[in-house]
Design a binder for this molecule. Sequence first.
Ligand code: ADP
Ligand code: MG
Length: 257
Amino acid sequence: MSDTCLKFDNLTLGYQGHAAVHHLSGEIRRGTLTAVVGANGSGKSTLMKGIAGILKPISGACISEFSRLAYLPQQSELDRTFPARVIDLVSLGFWQKRGLLGRMTPADKTDLAACLAAVGLTGFEKRPLDSLSGGQMQRALFARAMVQDADLILLDEPFNAVDERTIGDLVVLVKRWVAEGRTVLCVLHDHALVRAHFPRTLLMARTLVGCGATDTVLTVDNLLRARGFQEAWDDNAAWCGDGRSLDDASGQVVAHV
Ligand SMILES: Nc1ncnc2c1ncn2[C@@H]1O[C@H](COP(=O)(O)OP(=O)(O)O)[C@@H](O)[C@H]1O
Ligand SMILES: [Mg+2]
């Protein structure tokens, strides 16, 4: 395997033929921890779905090299009224290894208990999902990601509606995953948290404004540029497909002219 885990090659993603993010080019190295930041509607979740393979590119490519993927969608996309318990949710993480109808082995059960312990949910096995707080739900989702033993982990706003203590605990887990050689991309809004714990940052504003070391990406200049691109985006404009990049744009919309 190469050092590159993900490569975006002039990638455009969208819905019903309309671009939501466009002309992304860049790469993510294996074993790195990257914060994905940007305003609401800047395309962070769209990018996560593109990487996860849920959205197929309108044009360009997302080239990925990993064995197992764990994807935690934004909480707003989860249906917690489904009558399931914590253990049902977490044991879904074995699906990639055992298949949908495969039985858990004794080793799997030990593994599952260890993952629940790691996220502080021992004793919560039989709790219905709709009885969990936002923080407990996020802990359960992290336990499922651990069970999956993925080498690429995508977390979409895992710290939203989560108390400070849980954020601290989950950040420790994320760092442990990276120390184990896994690649993690995490969408979040708190720039102080990003600066303190995330060595790399990908800044979105319907395209990729910057991707690299956090202190070189989260600059005042880049944040202003991001705001300009975001404000200039026209959701109703026709799809251009011309491949022009942000650098041509001088702060103007490039895809939707
Ligand atoms: N399922 C969808 N169908 C149509 N448009 C969508 C869908 N999901 C997101 N969008 C649009 O794509 C753009 C980017 O959204 P999103 O990726 O959710 O941004 P973020 O996660 O940064 O808030 C927004 O204009 C949003 O309305
Ligand atoms: Mg989102």
